[in-house]
Design a protein around this ligand. Structure first.
Ligand SMILES: N[C@@H](CCC(=O)N[C@@H](CS)C(=O)NCC(=O)O)C(=O)O
Length: 369
């Protein structure tokens, strides 16, 4: 139904995310999605410039209608597909006024709270940075967040940005709030914003909202039992092992992947010590040794909990792949290395491979550990 729609978008772009959320909410998920690389300057290609002469993403075309500017794209979709999917603009004039106001106003979150401070780190040369400039950016950011914290506090617990329901205001504001969280901003100082961030569901099936990755996988398996790959075997012993490894994979994340990565990404250089790094490395190696042992016991060509791909693989593989992506030399764990090679080309894994991993070489963060 949306086969005559094309959206050019770039990973990590809040404005692009707005357009993508809106397309999903309006039930238009079969649009043609064209991921472009900002690093390779694809937003300045003739193909994009033909649609958006500013050479910016999102760039959107529906049939012969070109619409650029994320907010305009969202308003266009809501007006054109009024009766379809989520109602993003309420009919009640007072409610509609508030939704429109917050949708436009959310540009301030981008400029003052997210980009304001981020541009200081990403766009200002180290030699041009000053403490005073950073303090000013931080002050502007906190003042802006305080405004939104106040709006949410006034609306009461469980509210969206402009009322009880998810609206255009959420489509416009959420991507910038999520960008702050993604960049490590500690949102717990803004308890209403933190609750709001958690409220917007990661997964929605009709009216059913499911968060938590493991819960989403279990929900999909039990709801679509007879369909696709059987992720939970019926045999009780096999099922127990699959469930155990699926839950246990959280340790892979905490001890092997995030443990060491947080040392490099979340610990300030001045707080890092050799002893701390050694401790993280030890925890990582011990964890990997356990999984190496599990795979060795199962024999060559095995998946994490047996012969077949199961829920245990859906839960564990992303963390194995994260280690490889970050430059970890997996060849020291030959069974894990073989496992990585076995699963990485599986169609479901290929289809969900992070887009920016495809365009850029692996990192070398964990090369030397
Ligand atoms: N006002 C536009 C802003 C779009 C925008 O700034 N896009 C960025 C990516 S987040 C971009 O394409 N930047 C490249 C450039 O401006 O050259 C909108 O909301 O759609």
């Amino acid at each position: 139904m949306a086969s005559d729609m094309i959206l050019y978008w770039g990973a990590g772009s809040g404005p692009c995310w707005r357009a993508m959320i809106c397309l999903e909410e309006k039930g238009l998920s079969d649009y043609t999605s064209k991921l472009i690389s900002f690093d390779n300057k694809e937003h300045k290609s003739d193909e994009v410039l033909k649609i958006n002469p500013r050479g910016q993403a999102p760039a959107f075309k529906h049939g012969n209608v070109i619409v650029n500017e994320s907010l305009a794209i969202c308003l266009y979709l809501e007006n054109t597909f009024k009766a379809q999917g989520t109602k993003l603009l309420p009919d009640d004039p007072a409610q509609q006024g508030l939704v429109l106001q917050r949708a436009v106003e959310s540009q301030n979150i981008r400029e003052k709270a997210a980009f304001g401070v981020l541009s200081y780190f990403f766009r200002t040369k180290p030699e041009d940075r000053t403490e005073a400039m950073l303090e000013e950016k931080k002050k502007t950011c906190h003042e802006e967040l305080q405004v939104w914290e106040g709006y949410l506090a006034k609306l009461g617990d469980g509210s969206h940005i402009a009322g009880k329901n998810f609206t255009l205001a959420d489509v416009c504001a959420f991507p910038f709030i999520a960008t702050l969280v993604r960049m490590g901003f500690n949102m717990s100082r803004y308890p209403h914003l933190a609750k709001y961030y958690d409220l917007v569901p990661a997964f929605k099936h009709g009216n059913v909202i499911v968060n938590e990755s493991l819960a989403i996988c279990l929900y999909l398996e039990s709801t679509f039992k007879a369909q696709g790959t059987k992720l939970l075997p019926d045999d009780p012993a096999q099922q127990a092992l699959v469930l155990q490894r699926a839950v246990e994979s959280q340790n892979f994340r905490d001890n092997a992947a995030y443990g060491v990565l947080s040392y490099f990404f979340r610990t300030k250089p001045e707080d890092r010590t050799e002893a701390m790094l050694e401790e993280k490395k030890k925890a990582c190696f011990e964890e990997l040794q356990l999984w190496e042992g599990y795979l060795a016991k199962l024999g060559d060509g095995s998946h994490i909990a047996g012969k077949n791909f199961t829920l245990a693989d859906a839960c564990t593989f992303p963390y194995v792949a994260t280690l490889v992506r970050m430059g970890f030399n997996l060849s020291r764990y030959p069974h894990l290395a073989k496992y990585y090679d076995l699963v990485k080309d599986r169609p479901s894994v290929k289809a969900s491979w992070p887009p920016h991993w495809k365009d850029t070489p692996n990192k070398d963060v964990l090369k030397d550990i």
